[in-house]
Ligand binder design. Structure first.
Ligand SMILES: [Zn+2]
Ligand SMILES: [Zn+2]
Length: 366
């Protein structure tokens, strides 16, 4: 007999950068002497090992080994599909919108990998037991080969290979000494989690975490420069609704210090018919996004900034995935949070608002 528990969704924490990663866990086993354990035990064991600093392969090995020890079966197998959040991309600073049709809100852009671990009859991947498990877990055909080098996006910049020797070096000297306190604080966090900060997988983790956080350092927006460069686009019919959709943003939830990211859709009316360059709107979105934020304030601040440039009205809609909510189980993976602020003509003219909503509704990403 084969038993499989599929699709248990977990969150674990990347030992290389401390960011959470999503796990879809599939566990199979073959009971020995027809002794069946309570099925709820399997995901519970998985959850215990997910709640620590991990990489996908060790997580699979830990779960598999623990189950193998405790249920004494003829074989245990664990398959994990894991997703790691990407880092804010440089191109979002001045996106020209050319690639916006490929952007989608969700985890599609996250780094994904399959790993597996097997004991007993599952040690041989060519065995009938393996094939039966893939069938029962409905995994056949989905597992590919993975390159672990691509897993944590905070790592690749550090890797250089010399004649086959891995010369990976977290290069402390690349971190300006002004970040020493932050690196020391992150090391304290590791120790407080009960980890040995000198464990080889954790060397460089505090620096990567600090580097990630510094993406969200407060900065000042040269609002005047922006406004000066805002116009100059084509003039269009006076009073017409103009829009820019799918402006990407990254932000850091100020309540949990975890990222949220998504898309901003902006509609505006200028009574003189001026249009605003997409790159200017993207800069505004980037500026208010890339810091400690909450989504409601982000939405309002973008609307206020745009309304200082145009003379008729502004409407802003933000759609986001909050890692702090999905990783704590408050929201399901894949659920999003939407916010909207309307100002000027959009708050009084229901037709104008509906027109913008139609545009967003009918855009390819919806
Ligand atoms: Zn990582
Ligand atoms: Zn939060």
């Amino acid at each position: 007999m084969h038993v499989a528990v599929r699709d248990t969704v977990l969150f674990s924490y990347c030992e290389s950068c401390l960011l959470p990663f999503k796990v879809e866990c599939h566990i199979g086993y073959i009971p020995s002497k027809q002794r069946v354990v309570g099925l709820s035990k399997l995901p519970r064991v998985a959850e215990v090992f997910a709640k620590r600093l991990q990489n996908p392969q060790r997580l699979a090995n830990d779960i598999c080994y623990a189950l193998h020890q405790s249920i004494k079966s003829a074989g245990v197998v664990v398959v994990l599909q894991c997703w790691h959040i990407q880092i804010p991309k440089a191109e979002m600073k001045g996106s020209d919108g050319l690639h916006s049709h490929t952007l989608k809100l969700g985890m599609q852009n996250w780094n994904s990998m399959f790993v597996h671990s097997g004991f007993g009859v599952f040690e041989d991947q060519t065995s009938v037991s393996w094939r039966d498990f893939l069938f029962v877990a409905r995994l056949r055909g989905v597992m590919g080969t993975n390159d672990f080098q691509d897993w944590c996006p905070m790592r690749p910049q550090e890797i250089s290979s010399c004649n086959g020797h891995d010369t990976r070096n977290p290069s402390k000297d690349r971190y300006p000494s002004k970040y020493n306190d932050m690196v020391a604080a992150a090391t304290t966090i590791l120790k407080s989690l009960g980890e040995d900060s000198l464990r080889k997988e954790l060397v460089g983790t505090p620096q990567r975490f600090v580097k990630w956080l510094m993406n969200f350092k407060r900065s000042n927006l040269e609002m005047k420069v922006l406004i000066d460069s805002a116009h100059g686009g084509t003039k269009i019919a006076v009073g017409e609704i103009q829009h820019e959709l799918n402006l990407q943003f990254w932000s850091q939830c100020e309540h949990h210090l975890l990222p949220f990211h998504g898309m901003v859709h902006i509609g505006y009316i200028d009574i003189e018919g001026n249009s605003i360059n997409r790159s200017v709107l993207q800069s505004i979105v980037h500026f208010f996004g890339c810091k400690l934020q909450v989504q409601e304030r982000l939405t309002r601040q973008i609307a206020e900034a745009v309304s200082s440039i145009v003379s008729g009205g502004v409407i802003v809609m933000v759609e986001a995935i909050h890692i702090c909510m999905v990783s704590r189980g408050i929201e399901k993976v894949g659920s999003t949070t939407g916010t909207m602020v309307s100002m000027g003509q959009f708050s009084s003219d229901i037709d104008a608002k509906e027109k913008f909503q139609e545009i967003v509704w009918n855009s390819p990403n919806h």
